[in-house]
Design a protein. Structure first.
Length: 201
């Protein structure tokens, strides 16, 4: 099953981080990593106070491949470089489908959610109803309902969701759609958390 690296990064030294950013694509690419979102200014809050300064969403074949890359000798050296120039969190989350090797980059839009369910019975009604609305707007789940495994940092989400749409505009159209409005109210009454929109790499 596919796996996704999600990073929320705060750069503290632009010059050193630029060196890291220039080297990491070859490292991750050697393990089949594909950036879906990468860089500063890519996100905007939809709900809650989460607004990453620099965000990464990268797709890999599976969790084992992510860990093989992350713990490789080459990336360990890059990790030291990144950590000397930034703070933040990296985690890996298992996807719901095999990785899409045909997907292009640069045009898609994403909705990423970090959700804590407070009323499981009501939330189950939301969870049952929402996939049809996502599909209606051409969206699909990349990650759904997993906590993820933290590789670095203190972010420990309870329930992660990553939705992909053809563009960020389409993601917003779904989020504000009449088909989703009542389900959104159910979710908001049965959970708490943060949602962001993210523009593709």
């Amino acid at each position: 099953m596919s796996a996704y690296v999600i990073g929320d990064i705060n750069v503290t030294n632009e010059e050193i981080f630029a060196e890291y950013a220039g080297k990491v694509p070859a490292s991750s690419g050697a393990y089949g990593g594909k950036y879906l979102v990468r860089g500063p200014g890519k996100c905007e809050p939809a709900e809650g106070g989460w607004n990453p300064k620099r965000f990464v969403l990268a797709e890999y074949k599976d969790v084992d491949t992510v860990k093989a890359w992350y713990y490789s000798d080459e990336y360990k050296e890059l990790t030291k470089l990144r950590q000397s120039a930034s703070t933040g969190t990296l985690l890996v989350a298992e996807g719901v489908e095999p990785a899409d090797q045909e997907r292009g980059t640069g045009t898609h839009g994403y909705l990423i959610g970090d959700i804590e369910v407070t009323d499981p019975d009501s939330y189950s009604k939301y969870a049952a109803g929402v996939p049809g609305t996502v599909a209606l707007y051409g969206g699909k789940y990349l990650v759904r309902g997993v906590a993820g495994e933290v590789l670095e940092g203190g972010w420990t989400p309870k329930r992660l969701v990553v939705l992909e749409f053809e563009s960020i505009q389409r993601a917003k159209e779904w989020y504000n759609s009449p088909e989703y409005v009542n389900l959104k109210k159910i979710r908001q009454s049965a959970s708490k958390g943060n949602l962001i929109f993210a523009d593709g790499a």
